[in-house]
Design a protein around this ligand. Structure first.
Ligand code: GLA
Length: 424
């Protein structure tokens, strides 16, 4: 039986798309890491769920958007600073079709076990607004519809599937928002501005999921570039792609598979602490502050605020330096900065936890590992490790022996940002 024909970007590809081959080669580096489903497999899964949910109908449009891993530059984005993430081959796919009327029907294949997988609601076409509610996953979608930059939208039916682990710190929520926005762009095109698209998706998270996140996750999910990490200046929103496609190098993600409940409340607390520090220092944001400024105000800052600000100021410097090292292939130096970043997140910013600390120290014990750190908001989720390709299985085995929990591993490559998929 022939496979589906799926195309993305301008490349039309068939059963053996380059994308799939590339991922398979990377995954083959390790027999111990999780296999990442190909885009074709995800589209097939979504289409088949669509046909099952809406008998006699087939989806006409499809879009996808990736999760991300941040290599360095943590908790700097909402301080107008620098970040260095890359888009992942782990993606969210949305398939669907326009339908008559003003209703949206959305079904997800993933979600928390106790939440309904299907929602119906009326689109806010007649001045009404879409309020957040339950199920929680649908709030991301409602937020994106609310902030979508070309209204009114026609009614539609859609199905969502994802290979991004939920709540694992790899931006499953940004990938859902951006995939959905990309889907809506086919339903009713906006002006195609990618930066405003990322900002609209960030707004969706603020207003409908209640998370005051920075711009990093949505930005890299929209603008990610295959074979590159992106150095993003979160103040000007300018980006510099940094090549990252050395076949002797592996970017390993280790999911601790723990998520501490502090994660979302503490995120907002950190954001407020940074704003307080900036205001005491007389700056618009900590991006404008130097260590000298900070030391000058030492007596006016309480110890916690001082430590938060110091992390942000130093992390901005580390991130810019790290991008330079990566460009030159100076992996040892890059790895050293990753470790300094982790230690600072643990000691000054206090967003790590014993699970993440254990994963990082275990990775650092292996000869051939350049650096390792927690990635994302913290309090659980994932670590990212840079290592020589030939020590991948040894590293995974060592981490498994040292870690008390049940970690999962992904061997990843920098991937392309959101894109349309053509079904035929
Ligand atoms: C979460 C947020 C991002 C960023 C990171 C920490 O992933 O969504 O905006 O602040 O935490 O770097």
């Amino acid at each position: 039986m022939r496979g589906p024909i799926v195309s993305y970007g301008t490349d039309r590809v068939t059963r053996f798309p380059f994308f799939k081959i590339f991922i398979t080669v990377q995954s083959n580096l390790s027999t111990m890491a999780s296999q990442i489903p190909s885009l074709v497999e995800l589209v097939l899964e979504a289409s088949s769920l669509y046909k099952q949910t809406f008998p006699g109908e087939t989806p006409q449009i499809a879009a996808c958007a990736p999760g991300r891993v941040n290599l360095i530059g943590e908790h700097t984005d909402y301080n107008q600073g620098y970040v260095l993430p890359m888009a992942l081959p782990l993606v969210t796919v949305v398939v669907g079709s326009p339908s008559p009327g003003d209703d949206a029907i959305i079904v997800t294949a993933t979600g928390h076990a106790d939440e309904p997988r299907r929602v119906n609601f009326s689109l806010p076409n007649k001045g009404s607004t879409l309020s957040p509610g339950v199920p929680y996953w649908a709030n991301y979608v409602k937020g994106v519809i609310h902030h979508y930059r070309a209204q009114p939208l026609p009614g539609f039916k859609a199905v969502v599937v994802s290979s991004v682990p939920l709540g694992g710190g790899l931006s499953s929520s940004a990938s859902l928002e951006v995939a959905f926005y990309t889907f809506l762009q086919q339903l009713r095109p906006d002006d195609g501005d990618k930066i405003l698209k990322a900002v609209a998706c960030q707004q969706a998270e603020h207003t409908h999921a209640g998370v005051p996140c920075g711009i990093m996750d949505q930005f890299v999910s929209v603008l990610g570039k295959e074979g590159h990490a992106l150095l993003i200046d979160c103040r000007s929103l300018e980006t510099i792609p940094v090549p990252l496609a050395d076949p002797d190098l592996v970017i390993l993600i280790t999911n601790s598979n723990v998520k501490h409940s502090l994660a979302s409340s503490e995120y907002a607390v950190r954001r407020r602490q940074c704003e307080k520090a900036a205001s005491i220092l007389g700056k618009d944001s900590l991006r404008d502050a130097t260590l000298k400024d900070l030391e000058g105000f030492r007596d006016e800052l309480d110890d916690v605020i001082y430590r938060r600000a110091r992390h942000v100021i130093e992390e901005n410097h580390r991130t810019v330096k790290a991008a330079e090292f990566l460009k030159r292939g100076a992996y040892h130096e890059f790895g050293q900065l990753m470790l300094e970043s982790h230690n600072s997140l643990r000691d000054l910013y206090e967003v790590s936890c014993k699970d993440l600390d254990c994963l990082v120290s275990a990775a650092m014990e292996v000869n051939g590992v350049f650096g390792s750190r927690m990635t994302g908001g913290g309090f659980g989720g994932c670590t990212v490790t840079l290592l020589k390709a030939h020590v991948i299985d040894r590293t995974i085995q060592h981490i498994q022996e040292r870690y008390h929990g049940t970690p999962t591993f992904f061997v990843t490559t920098p991937s392309e940002g959101a894109r349309d998929l053509q079904l035929s």
